[in-house]
Write a protein of this length. Structure first.
Length: 274
């Protein structure tokens, strides 16, 4: 009987204790539920650490501020970049450039017939200057060895606004040594090569214009005037298609006509930028 009374009187005391514990814990539970409904506060942004290569902060900073060379179009003749490409215009050829820092690059091209060019370009604040040596052959059979020092001046660097047209002025000096392998003349024996050297200067215009995000128009022409009544014109144009940001395919045509002969070419090319 005492055991039953003790059980009856102990139950209200236990219930009262549990109610008091819940009342004391209610504010803390309510606060936990409220905080659970809110999103977790964002961690404060920290400045990129120069010592943490490959850290996310460093990558974001690099993408947010791309270099001026990265922003230039693939067709821009003033771009300093490492590239490798192949082309076919009556014969197969390979070309490439290697950038050494942000201002210097080396250029090379070689064709299956043995025609070649080799040079270097240096970027100045208002132009790019290129030295080049090369050998080419005209359709008349005349072989020309050329040494030139010139470059391109973007009109935008001179403060001229050209809208979506990117316009450049090619300029330079060329020394050429032309050799004709089969000469027939009353004063010479048949087959004796004839070599003519000439110094000349050239000036022209070159432009590129993006038509869409992937398609770009290219066109240009040069006029050359030199010693020994040497003169000539060169013109070319085409369309390039950007497969990716690093890969470009192009269809080009060119025409060269000087005192020693002519050369016409239509070809396709592909280049990859590293």
């Amino acid at each position: 009987m005492k055991r039953q009374l003790s059980s009856r009187h102990g139950r209200p005391a236990a219930l009262a204790g549990a109610a008091l514990a819940l009342a004391l814990a209610a504010p803390a539970l309510a606060q936990q539920e409220t905080q659970g409904d809110k999103p977790a506060p964002a961690e404060p942004a920290t400045a990129p650490d120069a010592a943490s290569d490959g850290a996310p902060g460093t990558a974001v900073s690099s993408e947010a501020a791309p270099s001026a060379e990265t922003e230039k179009a693939a067709e821009d003749p003033t771009k300093i970049a490492t590239k490798l490409g192949i082309a076919y215009a009556d014969e197969l050829s390979a070309s490439g450039s290697m950038a050494i820092g942000p201002k210097l690059k080396f250029n090379a091209r070689i064709a299956r017939s043995g025609q070649w060019s080799l040079g270097a370009s240096y970027l100045l604040p208002v132009a790019i200057v290129t030295f080049m040596a090369g050998r080419s052959e005209l359709d008349t059979g005349v072989k020309q060895t050329r040494y030139s020092l010139g470059g391109f001046v973007p009109l935008s660097q001179l403060g001229l606004k050209t809208g979506k047209w990117l316009i450049f002025v090619p300029f330079g000096y060329t020394y050429s040594n032309s050799r004709q392998g089969a000469v027939t003349d009353l004063d010479q024996q048949d087959g004796i090569p004839m070599t003519v050297s000439s110094s000349s200067g050239y000036l022209g215009l070159f432009t590129i214009r993006p038509l869409t995000t992937r398609l770009t128009l290219m066109a240009g022409a040069n006029y050359t005037r030199g010693t020994h009544d040497y003169s000539g014109v060169a013109a070319g144009g085409g369309l390039s298609y950007h497969l990716t940001k690093q890969d470009t395919a192009a269809l080009r045509g060119s025409y060269v006509n000087n005192s020693f002969g002519t050369r016409k070419r239509i070809g396709i090319s592909y280049q990859h930028e590293f």
